[in-house]
Design a protein around this ligand. Structure first.
Ligand SMILES: Cc1cc2nc3c(=O)[nH]c(=O)nc-3n(C[C@H](O)[C@H](O)[C@H](O)COP(=O)(O)OP(=O)(O)OC[C@H]3O[C@@H](n4cnc5c(N)ncnc54)[C@H](O)[C@@H]3O)c2cc1C
Length: 556
């Protein structure tokens, strides 16, 4: 048994582990990094893992932080945003309410073929000088008790490869082992949450082109370019959504994510059961898939996938957990890779500070708190909200709110590189806590509103996010480079937009349903906030943007 000693050992070479290695090597080229990955490489394209749709934080992380933008454009697919169809039980996708952008919004995001991506990343990290051992299963490990920079103790890891055991030692140990949750289990850090949602998914080795589900020229041309298949398409219904994600290998990923109380996993947890279910709930998708049965590549499911973790970073003991080995929320808005980007960035900064001999105990604790506060902030967007998904009146408003929260608050924190700026984060603590409360109140109000809404479809139309000037501008502004004062101004402006949007939502909904109680939201707003004044200066009915919002919020 030979013993190698490394600066960093990463247990698990999936998306989180490989991108962390790349980020570390870029920031700190002198590091000796070893990645231990259980699977044999290269892995299969397409039918590898879920986590294929990215949003703006992850796209920025992969494209700009890791420098993979041209790779993504050449080897993966540029995503045509999110798209939602209220199509439960319907045979006519071109006659249901559609929510999405008529054209590509400026800030890019991508669809990832995870097999291709992990193969390419593994080659890349090896090319940059990292050790990558495939077919290496971590069997056990002992965490060191830490120690001062001068006399650091080492972690000890035993892995098995080809029937042989090997021991390695490391100053830093990172768990990127996904659901194996190696450190979490060893230290008893498991933490559940109230989100009771399950998922099934599979890949078919052929394109699912929803543009071919219609011959209506006007409908087809409503998207420019007429390539809706490039979107992450959500076919939504009561308590569930089905995803359609195209992959660069030519395959298509299909998933059903459902509230266990409304659609128990036992009703969909085999391909045949899922098909029977789709025949009832999404008949057009069923027909498309029925013709592709011989192209089925895989099938998998989770009864319940959302989880927390009591701690993910420990500065003084020099261990960290990244990716799904730590926390995971819900795939509806694809935040999984975002959280990988965020935790990898904290881990990289902790290791950088360690090399500079900074004391890490306090900083590790603060990074852990910030990471958990982001997880906590996002959870109310999903928990208990699946019953709203079928509501063509309320759901478009919820999506508008959720995006504004994500683009306005979450994205700038990461993209403008402020999460590790502790003085800045300390200043933001109180405004962010208020916005967290506002988000909880708005989500609860949306639930109550949906309880009253008649859920009727708008006339068949595209609720065009690209036509909302301030909304499209929020997306465009994500790539601006901001100095400290500009960042502060942006956060203040995002806070104002969220306030006005919250007031607008309550005003519109209570005008329609006077018995709805919006006081929980209104109590959190500054007294001078007026609904829609600035976002819709000409009133809701005037102008293209006004009309779009009118359609979004006026009917429920
Ligand atoms: C239903 C569903 C849909 C999702 N959709 C999206 C989406 O659209 N977009 C998005 O961003 N995220 C999505 N996610 C989340 C996404 O799947 C995860 O964020 C991501 O795959 C986690 O990557 P990871 O590297 O942490 O884990 P993994 O990719 O699972 O990698 C862990 C690696 O560790 C290895 N390993 C495990 N145990 C050991 C061991 N003992 N020794 C050595 N190696 C080991 C495994 O072989 C594996 O390669 C979704 C999640 C679910 C459940």
């Amino acid at each position: 048994m030979g013993i190698g000693v490394h600066d960093v050992v990463i247990m698990g070479g999936g998306l989180a582990g490989l991108t962390l290695a790349l980020q570390l090597k870029q920031s700190l080229p002198q590091l000796d990094i070893l990645i231990l990955e259980r699977r044999r490489h290269p892995v299969a394209a397409a039918a590898h893992k879920v986590g294929e749709s990215t949003v703006e934080i992850a796209a920025h992380y992969f494209g700009q932080v890791l420098g993979l933008e041209s790779y993504l454009q050449e080897r993966q697919l540029k995503k045509f945003g999110f798209r939602f169809f209220f199509s439960d039980g319907r045979e006519d996708l071109d006659r249901v309410t559609e929510l999405g952008a008529s054209t590509f919004l400026p800030t890019p995001s991508y669809q990832l073929d995870r097999g291709l991506f992990e193969n390419d990343l593994a080659r890349l990290v090896v090319g940059r000088g990292c050790g990558f051992v495939d077919e290496a299963t971590v069997r056990r490990f002992d965490l060191s008790s830490g120690g001062s920079a001068a006399a650091v103790q080492e972690h000890r890891v035993v892995y098995e490869r080809g029937g042989q055991q090997h021991e390695v030692r490391a100053k830093w140990l990172v768990d990127a082992g996904g659901r194996s949750a190696l450190i979490k289990r060893k230290l008893g850090l498991e933490e559940g949450n109230e989100h009771k949602v399950g998922a099934v998914w599979f890949r078919v080795d052929e394109r699912i082109d929803i543009d071919q589900w219609s011959t209506d020229k006007a409908w087809l041309e409503r998207a420019d370019p007429p390539n809706r298949w490039l979107s992450t398409n959500h076919l939504v219904g009561d308590g569930y959504w089905a995803w359609l994600i195209p992959l660069a290998s030519g395959a298509h990923s299909v998933g059903i994510v459902a509230d266990n109380d409304i659609h128990p996993i036992e009703t969909i947890n085999s391909f045949e059961k899922a098909m029977d279910w789709l025949r009832v709930h999404q008949p057009q998708l069923y027909r498309d898939l029925d013709a592709k049965r011989d192209k089925l590549l895989d099938f998998a499911f989770f009864k319940r996938f959302s989880h927390g973790c009591k701690q993910v970073f420990c500065g003084d003991q020099r261990w960290a957990i990244t990716g799904e080995a730590g926390v995971f929320l819900d795939p509806f808005y694809s935040p999984g890779s975002d959280f990988i980007a965020i935790s990898n960035t904290f881990v990289t900064d902790l290791i950088r500070l360690d090399l500079e001999k900074a004391p890490l105990q306090m900083i590790g604790r603060m990074y852990d708190q910030i990471y958990h506060s982001l997880y906590r902030n996002m959870l109310p967007i999903y928990v208990g909200q699946y019953p709203i998904f079928a509501d063509a009146q309320v759901m478009p408003v919820k999506v508008l709110w959720d995006y504004s929260f994500y683009w306005g608050i979450m994205c700038p924190l990461f993209i403008q590189n402020r999460l590790t700026d502790l003085p800045k984060m300390a200043k933001l603590q109180s405004p962010l806590a208020r916005i967290e409360q506002l988000n909880i109140a708005v989500q609860s109000f949306l639930r109550a509103w949906s309880g009253k809404s008649d859920r009727s479809h708008n006339p068949p139309q595209l609720l065009d996010q690209a036509a909302l000037g301030w909304f499209a501008e929020m997306n465009r502004g994500l790539t601006d480079r901001l100095d400290s004062a500009q960042f502060d101004a942006l956060m203040a402006e995002s806070g104002r937009i969220l306030n006005e949007l919250a007031a607008e939502i309550v005003t519109r909904a209570t005008a329609r349903h006077p018995d709805l109680d919006g006081s929980g939201v209104l109590a959190l707003l500054p007294p001078d906030v007026r609904p829609g004044d600035r976002l819709f200066p000409n009133g809701l009915a005037a102008g293209a943007a006004g009309n779009e919002v009118n359609r979004m919020v006026a009917h429920g």
